[in-house]
Design a binder for this molecule. Structure first.
Ligand code: IPD
Ligand code: CA
Ligand code: CA
Length: 259
């Protein structure tokens, strides 16, 4: 039986749900370690990644993998690479603020072809497969049509800790002066899918890692939104820069504000 891209998406959804169950299981007993100042990791991050990896690798052993918690496998000629954040929003998880997710993206020859972001607190599965649109719990999703920043709910990811003169803070203040509001939630993956689902209008960050954005970026693209770097050039998940929107004029407006 030949493997199809639908098999990849079903596997991604199954793996994300499994990761979500593990986050639930650990939520009453985890301990916290610091990778850097205020950069937390718990047993839940590690156990979720291990389970997700084992499930996907068990089905597609020839594929490549990149995961936040020290997972990097690039030992085959396969064009496929899974990019995994087993818990996006660890600070929220640690503080019991219920806004975090499992994020999984799949690249083929460096192009994002599928993504899932699973929110275990709301049992919401955002998912997308190239050419098939994006869904939330199986129902099609689409971004808003807000086309003016002064009516837009923007959302940003800043570094966990930043000095007041950090360039990301300066960009945040610029956006705050013109947008209807600028939120900061603690989960880049959920920010991205909230834009895809029309719950927010535009998202930006200049300090992300590939696993923060791979799943959500694939979903925005398929939902009909737009995702670029903050200067409007093509997204590269290997670089920390992302501007993701409903695709309306607010995309260029924010781009110009940051220029
Ligand atoms: C973090 C979240 C947060 C963003 C940070 C990320 P993590 O991911 O996505 O929103 O501001 O830059 O590191 O560490 O919780 O997986
Ligand atoms: Ca993350
Ligand atoms: Ca993480």
């Amino acid at each position: 039986m030949s493997v199809s891209e639908t098999d990849f998406l079903e596997t991604a959804e199954e793996a994300a749900r499994l990761g979500g169950r593990i986050l639930d299981e650990w939520s009453s007993k985890f301990t916290v370690s610091e990778k850097g100042r205020s950069d937390y990791v718990t047993e839940a991050d590690l156990a979720s990644q291990e389970a997700i990896y084992n499930l996907i690798h068990g089905r597609f052993p020839e594929h490549n993998f990149l995961g936040e918690e020290g997972l990097s496998e690039t030992n085959s000629d396969s064009p496929y690479r899974w990019v995994i954040d087993p818990l996006d929003g660890t600070s929220n998880y640690v503080h019991r603020f219920p806004f975090y997710a499992v994020s999984i993206g799949l690249e083929c020859d460096g192009e994002l072809i599928a993504g899932v972001v699973f929110d275990p607190n709301r049992d919401e599965m955002f998912s997308a497969l190239r050419g098939n649109g994006a869904t939330l719990n199986g129902q099609p999703i689409q971004p808003t049509s807000v086309d003016s920043l002064d009516q837009a709910m923007a959302v940003a990811s800043l570094p966990v800790v930043a000095d007041r003169d950090h360039p990301a803070i300066e960009r945040f203040l610029r956006a705050l002066a013109v947008a209807q509001t600028v939120q900061r939630t603690g989960s880049a993956a959920l920010n991205l899918v909230y834009v895809a689902a029309g719950r927010m209008d535009i998202y930006f960050s200049t300090t992300l890692k590939p696993w923060d954005m791979a799943g959500g970026a694939a979903i925005i693209q398929e939902a009909g939104g737009r995702v670029t770097k903050t200067d409007g050039s093509d997204l590269d998940i290997g670089e920390p820069d992302i501007l993701a929107s409903n695709g309306a004029a607010i995309h260029e407006q924010l781009q110009q504000l940051f220029a």
